[in-house]
Design a protein around this ligand. Sequence first.
Ligand SMILES: [Zn+2]
Length: 306
Amino acid sequence: MIRITHKDYNDVPEPLTRPGTFRQIQRAVLAGDGERYNTTYYKDPVVVNKLKAFSVHKNNLDPDDKPKCYYCESYTEHVAVLQVEHFRPKAKVSDVDNNNTAHTGYYWLGLEWSNLLLSCPNCNGKEAKGNRFPLEDFNDRATPINPITGGAPLPLGYDRTNCIADGPNLLNERPLLINPEYEDPTPFLTFDEFGQIHGIHEKGIKSVEIYNLKRAPLLSARQDKLNAIIKDINLACAARDLGKIDNNSFMVWLEAECSKVLELDNIRNEYCLWGRYIIANFETCIVSKIATYKDQLREAFRNVNT
Ligand SMILES: [Zn+2]
């Protein structure tokens, strides 16, 4: 998880500004029921493509872009569709996050632009985030409001002052889940040299658990990124051992491999946070796993990492 582009709250996608949108919110508020929303809004290409663009730090999605899950940084589009998800669950908050008491969910935020993020099914499904939304203290959970203004004879309006995900009203809840749109996940997440992720502080630990970031396919995808580079470095070392290349060519090869390491810190690539960890921990993640030519490898890394 890395920070993604923060939405411009004054630039709400058109489908979320229609009178029908406000009627949907009004209906949910009157019923106190977040299940009442028409799900077509969450599949609208204008809404979805805007969120996809933010995942690769753009304002508009280009055909060649590969959008990423906001939480696990997987592309996933080749196996599963990225879904619009509610950071604050719209229809229920899990009992375990509300001291075993039933909670209606944040039904008034069902079409709130700042509450919509993009997730793969593996981070957002029932086995993962689902309707989980833990707070430092469940007593601080926001009380329901009615953001709808107007009404006959006036047109319906929407006052989002207290609905903004990182506005004072909702930040008072002190959520224990990282929202990569408005906060940098870096202080809350780290790795070990094998690619496993670990939470830091209560918020990081809860986020790893709830977004299910320790799942096996993610671990092996991170390991694949690292192992591919180690394999190529070992190839270079073998070629040098066999005398197939001279020292100059060997250093050029090692520098090319080290450039690949630096490319892991590319916000458009999968698992960029893991890449940043590898770069910051080059010695333990890579040098320690190479049997020979460690000094040359360190020198090659210094040469490209200036
Ligand atoms: Zn995901």
